[in-house]
Design a protein around this ligand. Structure first.
Ligand SMILES: Nc1ncnc2c1ncn2[C@@H]1O[C@H](COP(=O)(O)OP(=O)(O)OP(=O)(O)O)[C@@H](O)[C@H]1O
Ligand SMILES: [Mg+2]
Length: 349
């Protein structure tokens, strides 16, 4: 209601100014080019008039200019004609510039809207890629357990206890896959991690359990050196397990890509400075100096079938949980990846 009132007042004001301009332009000599101020009227009316209305207003101003000229009774006629030309040119030019500016602004708005749409599509693509990457491990584990389950059922006599254990693993890994999908989705929506207090070593142990088959398949010896007296951590358990899974998979792939000499993965958990850390050291192909800066970049990979997002997702997850992640080459060959998450401060007794 107020906006309408304000618009009405403005239009009335402009109409008043136009009437005054018309009166002055008509009453004064040809030499006084009052009509040139119609350009100001057009300029001031532009913000609250549409394209068509602005063109009509400009045409009306031009008509008033010509009418004033026709009605002006005295003065130097050639100068009057020239002044009329200048005034009309000023009105037309002003209107044309405004329309041009408007079109440019509209184009900029369209381009921006398009960009936002493209960004959304891109992030959707990123979301799909991330989900596909992150649920690969639990899905592979489900297939392995499924095969095992079939094997124990086909056994003569069927080993129902083993079959049930395999089924339990399937249910657990399916739950993990669905939790990961939920976490990746909430991450791309910018939601904070859902932190809980949990035992770090247990979370490590579960991921190791899921990856055990892959580790054995590559003839890798896994050494677990988990500190027994670790404080609990406060972080998103599913996300921490995603990170461990990614680092472990990279370690396995780094060893598989190298010559078959020492094949070991060493996992060490420890506490330092209010943070609990996990190092994963492998005897794989290592990190040449030139590539160290790129490791955590999204879509940067040296693998033929790699997506190059495991480490970039891991860094996002670790940082979202208040920790840090780093990579170091190992002098004797191989690499160490280390990340931290906040420990729960223990009550002093
Ligand atoms: N343990 C490691 N040893 C040596 N190089 C590594 C190790 N981990 C990662 N890298 C290097 O970092 C790159 C990026 O790793 P990242 O996990 O982000 O992607 P990826 O493993 O190539 O593909 P994916 O997206 O499928 O995980 C790898 O291609 C590899 O060159
Ligand atoms: Mg990887």
């Amino acid at each position: 209601m107020r906006a309408r009132l304000r618009l009405g007042l403005r239009l009335a004001l402009l109409a008043g100014v136009m009437a005054a301009l018309f009166a002055v332009d008509t009453a004064t000599n040809y030499e006084v080019a009052a009509a040139v101020f119609y350009a100001m009227v057009v300029l001031n009316a532009a913000p609250f008039l549409g394209r068509r209305a602005l063109i009509r207003l400009s045409a009306f101003c031009v008509a008033l200019t010509v009418l004033s000229f026709a009605l002006t009774p005295k003065g130097n006629m050639p100068i009057g004609l020239a002044n009329m030309g200048v005034s009309i040119a000023a009105i037309v030019m002003t209107a044309w510039l405004i329309l041009k500016m408007d079109a440019a602004r509209q184009a900029a708005q369209d381009a921006h809207a398009k960009l936002v749409r493209i960004a959304r599509i891109k992030s959707l693509e990123g979301l799909t890629t991330s989900i596909a990457h992150e649920i690969n491990q639990p899905l592979a584990a489900i297939v392995t357990s499924g095969n095992a389950c079939g094997h124990w059922l086909a056994h003569d006599p069927p080993n129902l206890d083993r079959a049930r254990q395999a089924l339990d693993r399937i249910v657990r890994d399916a739950g993990r896959a669905s939790a990961i999908v939920a976490r990746v989705r909430s991450l791309t929506r910018g939601e904070p991690p859902s932190r809980t207090v949990f035992a770090f070593n247990d979370a490590v142990g579960e991921v190791v359990g899921v990856s055990r088959g892959e580790i054995e398949r590559h003839g890798i010896e896994l050494v677990l050196d988990l500190a027994p007296d670790l404080p609990a951590v406060r972080a998103d358990r599913v996300q921490v397990q995603q990170v461990i899974g990614n680092l472990l998979l990279n370690a396995i792939e780094a060893i598989a890509a190298g010559p078959a000499r020492a094949r070991t993965i060493h996992m060490v958990s420890e506490v330092a400075g209010g943070m609990v850390g996990l190092s994963i050291r492998d005897s794989g192909i290592g990190i040449p100096a030139g590539i160290r800066d790129h490791l955590f970049e999204a879509f940067w990979t040296t693998k033929e079938d790699g997506m190059g997002i495991g480490l970039s997702i891991s860094r996002t997850l670790v940082e979202a949980n208040g920790g840090e992640i780093s990579a170091e080459p190992v002098e004797t060959g191989g690499a160490t990846f280390r990340f931290t998450v906040p420990a729960v401060q223990q009550e002093k007794s």
